[in-house]
Design a protein around this ligand. Structure first.
Ligand code: NDP
Length: 322
């Protein structure tokens, strides 16, 4: 008898087809709803007799999975896994696979795009130009911040953090400082990056990029006290997870011009259709597009597919969290 697989978000048709050739495939599309109970119930009903799940962007833990009798693996089409209840999956012996590496460079590109756009006010001045406000040569009211030769502070010198550092060091001659749980000499040496405490990094950096994963220690890592340490010309970029930054504190810091600007790809609540942040000029926002290029999303889908198939055929996935 074929094993059963649930697809819980959109995946590329090519991999859906391949899955259908090997497994009994069920697609669920739990609609975004404020009534979390409904969404959870849809998932609970769908997983009763499944062996594998593939998708992204869903909270999955006991409330959604306790009906699952045979679940062997959740193959996440993402590198981040903060939406999965690791302790529960471990207790149940359910493997969690993910897709690191293939999205590193694309996400670093996104971070740099946000950094440049926020510093040079590209999105804001695009609107200004379209509105017909370019009636004479631009004045100090439209000036931005230089990027080259400045100090970039990277919080979380992991794969994406290092790819951002490489762009900054070789492309923009930036001075790199970083903070993490431990010094990473083998990575940092290539960019002459200096290891600092979080407080030192915030005080010294012209640009701060957040590239940590979301975990119990990084939730609201940047809040009121941290904004108070930053320079008034500093630009903050977040491509990690929204909850790493206290959004209310960020709003206050931007509104009071405690920092110059922010570039954000991720938010505490997603999708985000309204926010006080949207009222501010000194912010650039994107809808969680860190890895969203055709080529990279294809590579992520392929890797997640491979992880799933390996596990369901009795082998180890290429990349798994636990
Ligand atoms: P990595 O695991 O390679 O990097 C995460 C880094 O964060 C590591 O260096 C880790 O340190 C550090 N870190 C973790 N906890 C702390 C802490 N408490 N204090 C300081 N540093 C900490 O992951 P990636 O670089 O591949 O991805 C990073 C995150 O980016 C993902 O987890 C995901 O949430 C997000 N992401 C967002 C995307 C988007 O679309 N916007 C796309 C892809 C990823 P250590 O080395 O010691 O473990």
């Amino acid at each position: 008898m074929k094993k059963k697989v649930v697809i819980f978000s959109q995946i590329f048709p090519e991999f859906e087809e391949k899955l259908k050739q090997q497994f009994d495939v069920v697609k669920i599309d739990p609609k975004l709803s404020d009534q979390l109970g409904d969404v959870n119930q849809q998932i609970r009903n769908a997983v009763v007799d499944v062996h594998g799940m593939i998708g992204a962007g869903r909270v999955l833990g006991q409330a959604q999975l306790e009906t699952a009798q045979h679940l062997e693996i959740i193959s996440s089409v993402s590198v981040g896994y903060d939406n999965y209840d690791l302790a529960y999956l471990k207790e149940r012996g359910i493997t969690l696979a993910h897709t690191p590496h293939v999205l590193t460079e694309t996400t670093a590109d996104t971070a740099f795009g946000l950094l440049m756009s926020a510093a040079r006010r590209i999105a804001e001045l695009d609107q200004w130009t379209r509105q017909g406000q370019w009636q004479r040569t631009v004045a100090p009211a439209q000036f931005g911040m230089d990027i080259h030769n400045k100090t970039l502070g990277i919080i979380g010198l992991g794969h994406i953090g290092a790819a951002i550092a490489r762009r900054a060091y070789y492309g923009f001659n930036m001075n790199i400082v970083y903070h993490g749980r431990r010094e990473k000499i083998e990575v940092a040496d290539a960019f002459k990056a200096q290891f600092l405490s979080l407080q030192e990094l915030l005080t010294q950096s012209d640009f701060v990029v957040v590239a940590v994963d979301l975990n119990a220690q990084t939730r609201h890592l940047i809040s009121t006290q941290e904004f108070a340490l930053m320079q008034s010309h500093a630009v903050l970029v977040n491509i990690s997870r929204g909850a790493v930054i206290d959004e209310h504190a960020l709003y206050q810091a931007l509104k009071q011009k405690q920092i110059f600007a922010a570039g954000l790809d991720v938010f505490e609540k997603e999708p985000l259709t309204e926010s006080p942040l949207f009222e501010l000029d000194n912010i650039v926002v994107t809808p969680h597009i860190g890895s969203a290029t055709q080529a990279t999303r294809y590579a992520m889908n392929k890797l997640a597919y491979e992880n799933l198939v390996l596990k369901l055929n009795g082998a180890q996935p290429k990349y798994f969290v636990q």
